[in-house]
Design a binder for this molecule. Structure first.
Ligand code: CU
Ligand code: CU
Length: 290
């Protein structure tokens, strides 16, 4: 059992330990498999087959397990490390300490989006992009999406999504009219040309590699998804009588979504872990919330 902290409360020693463990994993050649895995499970509504990481109820449990596996690998390098969370309703600025040179580094430059400061800047040598959906060999960001400006989600927007009492609902996908908690938090209820909603908009706001299937190329991915995971925790606390995951049983053979998503007790690839095993995070860690 260990504790995940708000990134703004980390000491400078904790900040550097997290960064060093991530850099070490990269140096050892064990980081890029997470980038590949995420890209591989980025199937969309329009494709065929199982949707897993996105546009499906398994959005929350799949990413929970993804973070757990990554976190355990960091802890083999430094047992004190956990994945901090970025509360983007509170730390909303491009000049937040989150983006300082000793932690995540700053925005990309306007010419090519290249991040030129901090531990993950290509020019500092420790963070080549080896696997991507675009050709850049360097980390890119374009915070606030300057060509079509957007702002980070507000606490009011988050509260309104947290008030939805149903975890997910048919057709269990990314249709904008599907108003379950999962689809609303994931962000498909608002078109991406308008910036998307909540989770998706944060990916869009950071920009660069964060906008695509290879988004774990930007280590801010983990801090964003640690907060998304905490949002699931908060939602459960707010709705103790709701089913924490739906659907609870496999869909009928004549359901158009049959074979495209997993129910509560079906193991999720590639981890072979059921959503039902992951409903209670306290088996693994807790959050320090402030
Ligand atoms: Cu993802
Ligand atoms: Cu994401």
């Amino acid at each position: 059992m260990y504790t995940r902290m708000n990134q703004r409360n980390l000491t400078s020693d904790q900040r550097s330990r997290f960064v060093n463990a991530v850099l070490q994993l990269k140096h050892l050649g064990r980081y890029d498999k997470y980038v590949k895995l995420h890209a591989q499970y980025f199937a969309a509504d329009g494709e065929t087959g199982l949707r897993m990481a996105h546009m499906a109820p398994t959005f929350f449990p799949w990413h929970r397990q993804f973070l757990l596996v990554f976190e355990h690998e960091l802890q083999m390098i430094d047992p004190s490390v956990t994945i901090p969370y970025w509360d983007w309703t509170a730390d909303r600025s491009t000049t937040s300490a989150l983006w300082d040179d000793d932690f995540m580094g700053g925005d990309g430059r306007s010419s090519d989006g290249q991040v030129t400061s901090g531990p993950f800047a290509y020019r500092n040598g420790g963070w080549p992009i080896n696997f991507g959906v675009t050709k850049e060999k360097y980390l890119t960001r374009s915070m606030g999406r300057p060509d079509r400006p957007i702002v980070l989600p507000t606490s009011d927007e988050l509260s309104s999504a947290l008030s939805i009492s149903t975890y997910d609902t048919s057709p269990w996908n990314s249709a904008p009219g599907t108003r379950g908690f999962r689809n609303t938090i994931e962000g498909w209820t608002v078109d991406e040309s308008k910036g998307g909603y909540l989770h998706n908009r944060v990916h869009q706001w950071v920009g660069g590699q964060m906008t695509g299937g290879a988004s774990p190329n930007d280590p801010i991915f983990w801090l964003h998804h640690s907060f998304i995971d905490l949002i699931w925790v908060r939602w459960q606390r707010q709705h103790p009588n709701s089913a924490f995951y739906l659907p609870s049983r496999p869909l009928a053979a004549n359901d158009p979504q049959h074979g495209r998503l997993l129910s509560l007790d079906e193991p999720m690839p590639p981890f072979n872990v059921k959503p039902s095993t992951l409903l209670d995070h306290r088996r693994y860690y807790t959050y320090e919330e402030n």
